[in-house]
Write a protein that binds this ligand. Structure first.
Ligand code: PMP
Length: 353
């Protein structure tokens, strides 16, 4: 242990990212990326001329991207802030709207980074257990007196709340910011973006990592009331004014504009998710009703950890979740149809059907 580490930092448990093997050995179904390449428009946008401009800083205001995003979402540019992945926007939001006296409320289970950031910034956590069936009771979040973050659809369960349920939470917490993390919303969730002009306490965070094929470019958008966005900009311009690099700005803009490619790829994933769920159920798995680009599944036929290991040996990488309250589950990203057939074949061999 380094003698230079402060006591405070030693209490921080960092997030463990999913495995990112740097070879092509695996069918990679572990970190909810898109199995499809970025839109051809992205390849054109990230041009040689743009690479040559890398000697210059990027636009700190991200004006072009914001104009495109504003048109796309029916908002004003001043209601949007781009982040280096939605992770950065979520972190900025916690920095802006929570501190040692202002806790953050979130579900158990949900995206692991919320708790990690609370640890790092000494923000007290108000952890609210999901129900036995992994659904979330919106009334648990009424009048909490805390900033709230909800992943909708949730991760790793994939379950989604209707917009009306989030509206109930917004109304019941008028003096607190409610952050809705919509990383997976494009695969069948109901976005809260249409509520932005009605609720000044609503901050929606979306990402380009899942439905827009740009996980490696790192781009997300925070969208909300102008005052909330001004607060986020205060944090951004204090920490990292050039947070979005030139290539990502171009890539993001092109991805947003290619709505046809977006629609085709997300429809393909939703369709593949449908039959993969049925095939898993036919093999005795319990599979939650996912509105995301992954399935959360478990079976009494074999321990999740054992399945994860055996699948990995066969070249299929999934994510294993294990906790006393939930048991042992696999989170399986939806890949191409061929990748899912390979997963099912590997499972059949492991389970000896
Ligand atoms: N929110 C949720 C619920 C996630 O699962 C993830 C990543 N898998 C993120 C946010 C962060 O995504 P990114 O930083 O790539 O936008």
């Amino acid at each position: 242990m380094s003698r230079f580490l402060s006591e405070r930092l030693m209490n921080v448990t960092p997030y463990t990212p999913g495995e990112q093997p740097q070879d092509q050995k695996y069918i990679k179904l572990n970190t909810n990326e898109s199995p499809y390449p970025p839109s051809p428009a992205v390849l054109d946008a990230v041009s040689r001329a743009e690479v040559e401009k890398l000697r210059l800083y990027s636009d700190p205001a991200c004006a072009e991207l914001l104009n495109t995003a504003a048109k796309h979402f029916g908002l004003r540019p001043s209601q949007i802030m781009p982040g280096n992945g939605s992770d950065e926007n979520l972190f900025f939001a916690l920095r802006a709207f929570c501190d040692e006296e202002h806790p953050l409320a979130y579900a158990d289970i949900t995206y692991g980074c919320y708790g990690v950031w609370c640890g790092l910034m000494h923000i007290p956590s108000r952890i609210i257990p999901l129900k036995e069936d992994f659904t979330l009771d919106p009334t648990d979040y009424y009048g909490l007196g805390a900033t709230i973050v909800l992943a909708n659809p949730n991760a790793p369960t994939g379950l989604a709340l209707p917009r009306s349920a989030i509206e109930g939470i917004l109304k019941a917490n008028p003096d607190n910011v409610v952050i809705v993390d919509e990383a997976y919303v494009d695969f069948g969730g109901e976005s809260c973006v249409p509520l932005i002009d009605q609720y000044e306490n609503l901050l929606v965070v979306q990402t380009f990592s899942k439905s827009r094929q740009l996980a490696g470019a790192r781009l997300g958008l925070a969208m909300g009331n102008e005052k909330l966005i001004a607060d986020l900009n205060r944090v951004k311009f204090s920490l990292n004014p050039y947070n979005i690099n030139r290539l990502t700005l171009k890539a993001g803009q092109a991805a947003l504009e290619d709505t046809a490619y977006f629609d085709t790829t997300r429809a393909a994933i939703v369709e593949t998710r449908g039959w993969t769920k049925q095939e898993l159920e036919a093999r005795g798995f319990s599979v939650l009703d996912s509105r995301s680009n992954f399935l959360f599944a478990s079976t009494i036929r074999k321990d999740g950890g054992e399945l994860y290991k055996k699948l990995k040996e066969k070249g299929v990488l999934v994510r294993h979740f294990d906790a006393p309250r939930i048991g042992s589950w696999l989170r399986i990203t939806i890949g191409t149809p061929d990748e899912m057939r390979a997963l099912l074949k590997a499972l059949d061999e492991i389970l000896e059907v």
